[in-house]
Design a protein around this ligand. Structure first.
Ligand SMILES: [Cu+2]
Length: 468
């Protein structure tokens, strides 16, 4: 969908009182056209032949349009909100000022209901990023990341990296969420059994889903991914779920992981199964050397039957798509890192994750260092250029995909094993595990840290930093 000239000018006038870099009031008649336009509105998504989802999305499609930007090349962004509620558009994984980052806690600009926002941002760093809503739906499963408000942002590097013949951008998402008391048990090969929780209060609500999609289609209902024997295919995966961590496999093939959260992996290892916590991205190259018709999908049988998959079809091949259960090898971030010591940090910040069970019919609450997020608390100061080590210490039995805004961090220790060189902005910390990550704040301003599992974030799992 493109913006008409009339919309453009009326929108610009509405936005004229906002702080706009390089766009003064008196420039209105000759104001430049936006480089990126996002229009938030109702969308009908035909996820299968006989099933349509009514949701909110960007520019009339789910996922929203692929947004290609160039690292360091400033763009003008227009956001129009055609819905009845104020929205926040978060540029996930970019290092940009807090006012345009898109988080309420950072005092970013919100897009008013039926309103418009125009601002300028300079994209970076290069790689697979994304854009998504950052509102907190709390108990309302028709808002926030439960909706279709997500789109790939691909920031072209200044120099080209790697060779491939074809690329696909694939985003996973689940639909028709419902409240359940069932906890999904993660079987982890080789993992020790977690200690028994001390809390005798029953677990609160969890979220389940009826339908599962890749790029807005249930398995077997969209166009297949068409490949040719001998091709090197670059897959960009995004877990655009509100709450689910997922695994993906392509039987008969292996993934060479070349980037994690858009950042080049120091050691591009081959794996059978990818795992992505909510909001994580994986770029993986697959050599197409096993002609046939295959299912690229989740090894979780029920979820795959409910749609989480997409058909990969070789040229001149036909027939029913094949699925073969992959080996149960554990996902290990250190496979992609370097085994070397890293410099000692200037300061270590322990972040202990805790859970207060909500009881039957209630919501669990989440804590960092014993406290749920309170907007009245002063943000914790960090100093620009200082080297910090964050210790993500998960004292709960849930896996948490934790995210730091406006920064990348380097994994330095995963489950007791040292590593180096893997740069990320989300990391999945499994139950009763510990991950250490080093970061040096690059840009001043408010910087939010939170669990990307929507229900966890909404019920206390947040901490605000202020980089000075
Ligand atoms: Cu969490």
């Amino acid at each position: 969908m493109s913006t008409t000239r009339r919309d453009f000018f009326s929108g610009l006038l509405a936005a004229a009182s906002l702080p706009l870099a390089g766009c003064r009031r008196d420039e209105t008649p000759s104001a430049p056209r936006a480089d990126v336009t996002l229009r938030i509105g109702n969308v009908l998504v035909d996820i299968s032949k006989d099933h349509t989802i009514s949701t909110i999305g960007y520019n009339g499609s789910v996922p929203g349009p692929l947004i290609r930007l160039r690292e360091g090349v400033s763009v003008i962004v227009d956001v129009f909100n055609d819905t009845d509620a104020s929205e926040l558009v978060h540029w996930h994984g970019q290092i940009i000022p807090a006012d345009v980052d898109g988080a309420e806690e950072e005092k970013s600009l919100a897009v008013p209901a039926h309103g418009h926002l125009r601002y300028r941002l300079t994209p970076g760093p290069s790689g697979a990023r994304f854009v998504h809503t950052h509102v907190m739906p709390m108990s309302d499963l028709a808002r926030g990341t439960y909706t279709g408000q997500f789109a790939f942002v691909y920031i072209e590097p200044k120099s080209d990296t790697g060779r491939y013949d074809q690329e696909f951008f694939l985003a996973t998402h689940e639909w028709e969420p419902f409240y359940t008391t069932a906890e999904e048990e993660e079987e982890e090969p080789g993992a020790p059994p977690p200690p028994k929780p001390k809390d005798e209060t029953p677990n609160g609500w969890e979220i389940g889903y009826q339908r599962f999609t890749i790029n807005g289609k249930c398995l077997g209902h969209g166009e297949p991914l068409r490949v040719k024997e001998g091709q090197r295919v670059l897959f960009h995966f995004l877990n655009a779920s509100a709450t689910e961590n997922i695994k993906l496999a392509l039987p008969g093939h292996r993934f060479q992981v070349v980037a994690l959260d858009g950042n080049p992996a120091p050691h591009p290892a081959l794996v059978d199964v990818l795992e992505l916590g909510t909001a994580e991205r994986v770029d993986a190259v697959v050599e197409m050397r096993n002609p046939g018709v295959w299912i690229l999908g989740t090894p979780h049988d029920d979820d795959r039957k409910n749609g989480m998959g997409i058909v990969v079809e070789y040229a001149n091949k036909s027939g029913a798509p094949r699925w073969i259960a992959p080996p149960k090898t554990p996902w290990d971030y250190t496979l992609f890192g370097e085994d070397r010591a890293v410099p000692q940090p200037d300061e270590t910040i322990p972040l202990v994750f805790g859970k207060i069970n909500g009881g039957t019919g209630g919501f669990n609450r989440w804590t960092i260092n014993g406290k749920s997020y309170d907007p009245n608390d002063a943000p914790r100061p960090l100093h620009k250029g200082r080297h910090y080590r964050l210790i993500f210490d998960n004292q709960t039995d849930d896996a948490h995909p934790v995210h730091l805004h406006r920064n990348s961090f380097e994994l330095t220790n995963v489950w007791g094993k040292r590593t180096a060189g893997v740069m990320k902005d989300v990391v999945l910390v499994k139950g009763f595990r510990k991950i250490e990550a080093d970061m040096t704040p690059a840009m001043d301003g408010l910087t939010l840290f939170h669990c990307h599992q929507q229900l966890h974030m909404d019920y206390g799992f947040k901490l605000l930093f202020n980089v000075v």
